[in-house]
Each structure stands twice: as C-alpha cells, then as structure tokens.
Design a protein around this ligand. Structure first.
Ligand code: OGA
Ligand code: MN
Length: 282
C-alpha cells in the first residue's frame, strides 16, 4: 500500500500520509512502517477515526501486546487498552491524569521494557496537553568519544519509586506499584535491535543511580544526562488533534506530557487510548 513519509523535526518523527488504519494493512507495508519507526523514533498518523478494536488489530500486526504493569488503569471493556485520561474513572479522579509528566521511556522500571506504544487521541483540552519526544540516538551520537567510552561500561538503576509525581497518587496505589516493581538495572548504552544504532538509555523519571556508584557520585552524572538527553535540538513537541495516532519506538525515544492544561481549570479534559507492544518483535 503506498504511503508517504514527512519528517516532523530535524532529530526525529515522521508523519505517514495515505494509510487508513481502520483497514487491514498488508505485510510489506507493515515492514516498511516498522523500518521507518526504528529510524525516525515515532510515526504520526492523522485523521484516524478508529474503534478500540481497530486500534488493537493494527497494533497486533507489529507483534504481541504487552499487558500493562499498571493494571488498574485498563479500559473496562478492552483490557488491551490503557486509558490515559483526566476524566473521572468509576466516579474517582483518574490517576492516569499524571501519566508521563517527566521525561521517560515506558516500563524501564521492569526487566523487559516495551517495544513501543500507540497513543490515540480521543479528546483534547483547549490549549496544552502536548506530548514531547526526544531522540536517544541523537543523545548518544552527540556525546564525546571519551564520554561514550565511559558510559558504555556502566549500568544504571531504574526505580519506579523515583517518579516524582507519586505524591499525587493515593498511598495504596503507590504501595502496590512500588512493591510490584522493585528496582532493576539496564546498561546506560544499548543497541537498537533493528537499526543496530546505539542509544543513550536514560529515563529522567526513573533512572535513580549508577550501579556501583554512591548517590553523591551518581547525581552529577544523572544531572548531566537529564540535561543532555533533552537538548532542544533532539526534540519534537506534538500538539494533538482528535484522531491523531502516534506510534513511538520505546527503544530509541523518550517522551513526556507537560503538566499544564488542567492546572487551573479542572473542566479541561484530555482523553487518550494506548496500546503497548512487547519488547520482542514477532
Ligand atoms: C504514556 C505517556 C504521555 C501523554 O502513555 O506512556 O507517557 O502525552 N503518555 O499522554
Ligand atoms: Mn509514557
């Protein structure tokens, strides 16, 4: 199936035009999308008025779905869908209104972070509610040779308890999540399994310490990495429209949702559906 690809920023992102995701996409096209995704970090499809079933079916063409570890945020009818919303859920404030408000990759506080996620926009506030992305390829490439060598030998600890917005959640759910997700380690430099390019595997939200270093020794390195991975020239900022779908490759980009649109006005609503793919590709 023919489609065209348009770069969205210098560092990352492509808009894909010409595909209707409510239809079954043929395998050669899926392979071409997979290649574009791995190279560009995320793909944007606009005007996709798709049902949850179609969203799930499109996702499954890329591999197996990942059951989300934050298991109390799932869509009641479609457990494959994680609902990112500030709408009330079961009459209570939704905890997913705080999803991703610091720079991060998804699920790196587990041993097997996901391969990618597909976020579909259902409802947007009058202003704000954007999502930012940054390229971890660029972050690696722009390090000096000396720093590449040093970081290439290190592992970092990823700890869910490091997430700063936990104070906005209920103590019971924080306890549940922290107990379920003890700290894990990942190398600070990883190779993307498809492009074979190196990425700087750092998540400001959860990377809490360099393995084998004291907190005091780690912190200046973490501060540098937080600043470096989010340099403006490595980023793209997406202003959502209803029925946009963004598919990001969690192995080479970080992302974040600035906490802005509902700070002063709780009637501003943002509602998104997300599917998640397991790390290993089919
Ligand atoms: C996520 C996430 C950000 C957003 O779903 O993993 O970080 O903009 N979402 O909703
Ligand atoms: Mn996220």
């Amino acid at each position: 199936m023919p489609f065209t690809q348009h770069h969205l920023s210098f560092a990352l992102g492509s808009e894909i035009k010409g595909l209707d995701l409510s239809q079954t996409i043929d395998q050669p096209t899926i392979q071409a999308l997979r290649k574009a995704l791995a190279e560009r970090g995320f793909l944007l499809f606009r005007n996709q008025d798709i049902t949850p079933e179609q969203h799930i079916a499109f996702t499954k063409q890329f591999g197996e779905l990942q059951p989300h570890s934050l298991d109390h945020y799932l869509h009641p009818e479609y457990p494959e869908i994680f609902v990112v919303t500030n709408r009330l859920q079961n009459g209570k404030p939704s905890e997913t209104r705080n999803t991703g408000r610091e720079w991060h990759m998804d699920l790196t506080y587990t041993k097997t972070p996901c391969m990618g996620s597909l976020l579909h926009c259902k409802e947007i506030p009058s202003a704000g509610g954007d999502t930012l992305f940054a390229s971890l390829y660029k972050a690696y490439d722009e390090l000096s040779d000396g720093m590449k060598e040093v970081l290439g030998k290190l592992n970092a600890i990823h700890d869910f308890a490091n997430v700063s917005d936990l104070k906005n959640r209920t103590p019971e759910s924080v306890k549940h999540l922290v107990e379920k997700n003890p700290p894990v380690t990942h190398p600070l430099v990883k190779e993307h399994p498809e492009t074979r390019r190196k990425v700087l595997f750092f998540s400001d939200a959860v990377t809490s310490q360099i393995e084998g270093f004291s907190e005091e020794e780690s912190q200046p390195i973490l501060d540098f990495l937080a600043k470096h991975t989010t340099r403006v020239e490595f980023t793209y900022r997406h202003q959502w429209q209803i029925n946009d779908l963004i598919f990001w490759d969690n192995r080479c980009v970080i992302h974040m949702a600035p906490p802005d649109y509902d700070r002063n006005d709780p009637t501003e609503k943002r509602h998104m559906f997300r599917t998640t793919l397991k790390q290993s590709l089919a």
